[in-house]
Write a protein that binds this ligand. Structure first.
Ligand code: NAD
Length: 319
C-alpha cells in the first residue's frame, strides 16, 4: 500500500491509471493532480496542480504524504510540433521537478513514461532493440531521450528509484487521445462506432507498435511493484504488445462493422510515423520483471470495439 500522486491525471492514460491505482492502493491513498479536472470525475481526491510550479508540487506531496509519483504531464508528438519550446519546457522540467523531490528524499519512487517516439530514422525499425541509435526528429522525441538520460543520471548519481517504459501508441476508451501520431487507431474505432467513414492521416501500410490500455495499466503497476534488484534498465524499458497498419485495423474493424469505409490522406504525421519503429523487442522487460501482454491484435480490436462509447466526440487530435 502506497500514497500515490498521478500528475497529468485527467489525460488519456492518467484518467484510467487513477482507477487502476485505486484498485491497488484504495481511493484514500490516491491523489489525482492536473491543470484541469477530468471530464469523468473519479472517486479520488483531485488537486489543481501546475507541475512546473515546484513549490506547489512540494506542498501537494507533503500535504498528502505522497511516496510514489506517476509523472504523466506532457505535450505529445503531433501537438508538440506546433509548440516545440513549450514541449521542451513542460516535458523536461515536469520530470526534473519530480526527480528533484526524489533526490531530496521527499518521495520514494517515481514512474515516468518514455515513448517509441524516442527512436528515430537511424534506429533499427524492426525488432528495435533496447539499446540502439536514438535520433528522434520531433521535439517530443527529443524530450523523451533527454528524460531517459535524466532518469538514468538521477539513478546512478543520487540513487533515485525512477522507473520507466517506452509506451507504444496507446488505445484507450475513457478519455480521447491528446494529440499523438498513433491517434488514428482510436479515431478509426470512433468513426466506425458512429457509422461514419474515416479519413486516415497515415498511409494504409504504416506499421506501428500499439498497446491497449489494460496492458498499459498492468505494465505500469507491475514495473512499479517489481523488486528493485531485478531491474537492469534505469533509463526506460522497451515494451511491446502488437504492431499493425491502418489497412489491417480497417479490415479487423470491418468484422464488426462490415460497411465501414476508410480513405487515406497522409499529412505531416506520416513523416513522424515513418521515423518510428515498426516492431519492438521487449525481451529485457520480459526477463527482468516478467512483462507479458494480455491482448494480441485480434483481442485488442475486440476489446476496443466493446469499450469505445458510441457518443464519443470525433477527432480531436496519442503517442
Ligand atoms: N497516449 C499515448 O499513445 C502515449 C504513448 C507513449 C507515451 N505516452 C506518454 O504518456 C504520458 C501521458 O500521455 P497521455 O496520452 O495521457 O497525454 P494527454 O495529453 O492525454 O494528457 C496529459 C495531461 O497532462 C496535463 N498537463 C499538462 N500540463 C500540465 C502541467 N503543467 N501540470 C499538470 N498537468 C499538466 C494535461 O492537462 C493532460 O490532462 C505522457 O508522458 C506521454 O508522453 C503516451
Amino acid at each position: 500500500m502506497h500514497r500515490v500522486l498521478v500528475i497529468g491525471a485527467s489525460g488519456q492514460i492518467g484518467s484510467e491509471l487513477v482507477d487502476a491505482l485505486v484498485d491497488a492502493h484504495g481511493a484514500a491513498n490516491v491523489v489525482a493532480g492536473d491543470l484541469r479536472a477530468a471530464a469523468t470525475p473519479s472517486a479520488v481526491q483531485f488537486v489543481t496542480l501546475d507541475t512546473l510550479d515546484a513549490a506547489r508540487l512540494r506542498e501537494v506531496v507533503a500535504q498528502h504524504r505522497i511516496d510514489h509519483v506517476y509523472q504523466l504531464a506532457a505535450l505529445l508528438s503531433a501537438v508538440g510540433e506546433a509548440a516545440p519550446l513549450q514541449t521542451w519546457t513542460l516535458n523536461v522540467n515536469a520530470l526534473l521537478n519530480v526527480l528533484e523531490l526524489a533526490r531530496e528524499g521527499r518521495v520514494a519512487r517515481v514512474f515516468w513514461p518514455s515513448s517509441i517516439a524516442a527512436f528515430g530514422p537511424r534506429s533499427q525499425r524492426d525488432d528495435t532493440p533496447q539499446a540502439t541509435v536514438m535520433d528522434p526528429g520531433t521535439m517530443y522525441g527529443v524530450t523523451k531521450v533527454a528524460g531517459e538520460r535524466l532518469c538514468e543520471y538521477y539513478f546512478r548519481r543520487f540513487g533515485v528509484d525512477v522507473r520507466s517504459v517506452r509506451y507504444p501508441g496507446v488505445l484507450g476508451s475513457r478519455t480521447p487521445p491528446g494529440g499523438g501520431t498513433t491517434d488514428y487507431a482510436i479515431e478509426m474505432f470512433q468513426a466506425a462506432k458512429r457509422g461514419e467513414p474515416y479519413r486516415c492521416f497515415l498511409g494504409p501500410d504504416t506499421r506501428l507498435p500499439m498497446i491497449g490500455m489494460p496492458d498499459v495499466l498492468r505494465a505500469t503497476l507491475e514495473l512499479m511493484e517489481a523488486d528493485a534488484a531485478q531491474l537492469g534498465v534505469h533509463a526506460s524499458y522497451n515494451l511491446a504488445a502488437s504492431s499493425f497498419t491502418p489497412a489491417e485495423l480497417h479490415a479487423a474493424i470491418r468484422r464488426f462493422a462490415p460497411g465501414f469505409e476508410v480513405t487515406y490522406a497522409p499529412d505531416f504525421r506520416q513523416a513522424i510515423a515513418d521515423s518510428w519503429p515498426r516492431t519492438i523487442d521487449d525481451g529485457e522487460a520480459r526477463s527482468d520483471w516478467g512483462w507479458r501482454p494480455q491482448f494480441d491484435f485480434e483481442g485488442l480490436v475486440a476489446h476496443m470495439w466493446e469499450a469505445i462509447p458510441r457518443d464519443w466526440p470525433l477527432p480531436g487530435s496519442g503517442s
